[in-house]
Design a protein around this ligand. Structure first.
Ligand SMILES: *[C@@H]1O[C@H](CO)[C@@H](O)[C@H](O)[C@H]1NC(C)=O
Ligand SMILES: *[C@@H]1O[C@H](CO)[C@@H](O)[C@H](O)[C@H]1NC(C)=O
Ligand SMILES: *[C@@H]1O[C@H](CO)[C@@H](O)[C@H](O)[C@H]1NC(C)=O
Length: 312
């Protein structure tokens, strides 16, 4: 009798969790397709565009070829690339950067990216690109210097640290320091972290002498960015549909300032404005969006990349 009660209770808890996760993943959602203007798929970039960042001059930098956790490897073991695309052009075409020798380009699997410009107007020197890389499913952060003349990323440094264990995204603070998000605590607990209301994901600060955890309590800390004045850091939590606004202190620690909950995040009427929606027929798993002028670039975890020309 008791066995049966326990069994039924466990099944009920499991069922509740499955329904809860399904709602969180929007599995029951009906998506109405919507395009903000004329949109086209970018040729030649079919292995994802997990992160996109646009330089002030309108050059978009795109990371492609993610191989992380259980995500299907569409690229069949081939390495990923960083592409660039000039959003000032009438018909922008992607170009892949080559990587300087001495760097293991064959096991390059880029994830989140962030740039730091020493000179806002002249990118010929001191244009640094920080890239989360997952060779052999591990996590490390690469710092490159961008050589636009020779279309090349010059490798400067690989950063590995036990606090940087499952890095998803980074935001550069100086040419040698950054904040990074760990999206989960460990592979062994990953399933529980996703299924249970656990918040074990965190944000880490790194500079050449110190690595410290600066914010904790996220369900799945994902994208990270900094306000243009450098006073605030924004962290998106994809498990809880929240954007955390944190105040950056002098010593680089972060203090929670406020949390924006994006209600109905994926519907056409969320508490923020939806600019593009597709039910998966054209784009699957959109992970990044970046705008420059009338161009809007949409990236996906491991699928295609879309360029929209926004209607006036
Ligand atoms: C799912 O579970 C979490 C944590 O228990 C809860 O905060 C959330 O409201 C639940 N969502 C739904 C749709 O039931
Ligand atoms: C790194 O950050 C720590 C903590 O704020 C600071 O004490 C240290 O001086 C920094 N090191 C460098 C090389 O900037
Ligand atoms: C979210 O969507 C539901 C159902 O469409 C609606 O009742 C609710 O008011 C929406 N919430 C917000 C904050 O817009």
């Amino acid at each position: 009798m008791w066995k049966r009660v326990i069994c039924v209770s466990l099944l009920a808890i499991l069922a509740e969790r499955i329904v809860n996760i399904s709602i969180m993943l929007n599995l029951f959602r009906q998506v109405q397709n919507y395009e903000p203007g004329k949109c086209r798929i970018i040729d030649g970039m079919i292995f994802g565009s997990e992160d996109i960042t646009v330089l002030p001059n309108g050059i978009a930098l795109i990371s492609s070829g993610l191989k992380y956790l259980g995500i299907i490897d569409r690229n069949e073991g081939k390495p990923g690339h960083i592409y660039w695309l000039d959003l000032n052009a009438e018909d922008p075409q992607p170009k892949a950067f080559s990587l300087s020798s001495g760097f293991d380009a064959g096991n390059f699997h880029p994830h989140g990216i962030s740039y730091f410009l020493e000179d806002q107007d002249d990118y010929s020197e001191g244009a640094h690109l920080f890239v989360v890389n997952h060779p052999f499913q591990k996590s490390q952060v690469e710092i490159f210097e961008i050589d636009f003349e020779f279309n090349m990323l010059m490798h400067q440094k690989t950063i590995k640290d036990e606090l940087l264990h499952h890095v998803n995204d980074v935001v550069a603070i100086t040419p040698t320091s950054f904040y990074g998000t760990n999206d989960h605590y460990s592979d062994g607990t990953m399933l529980f972290e996703l299924l249970l209301p656990l918040k074990l994901s965190d944000v880490v600060f790194y500079n050449s002498t110190t690595t410290i955890i600066v914010a904790t309590g996220f369900g799945f800390a994902n994208g990270i960015n900094m306000s243009p004045d450098g006073k605030y850091v924004y962290v998106s939590d994809t498990k809880t549909s929240e954007i955390h606004v944190l105040r950056k202190n002098e010593d680089f620690t972060l203090e929670p300032e406020r949390v924006l909950h994006i209600e109905n995040a994926s519907s056409l009427e969320p508490t923020v404005t939806s600019v593009y929606a597709n039910n998966g027929s054209v784009l699957q798993g959109t992970s990044s969006a970046a705008r420059h002028g009338h161009h809007l670039l949409l990236g996906t975890v491991i699928h295609r990349t879309m360029l929209c020309t926004l209607a006036e």
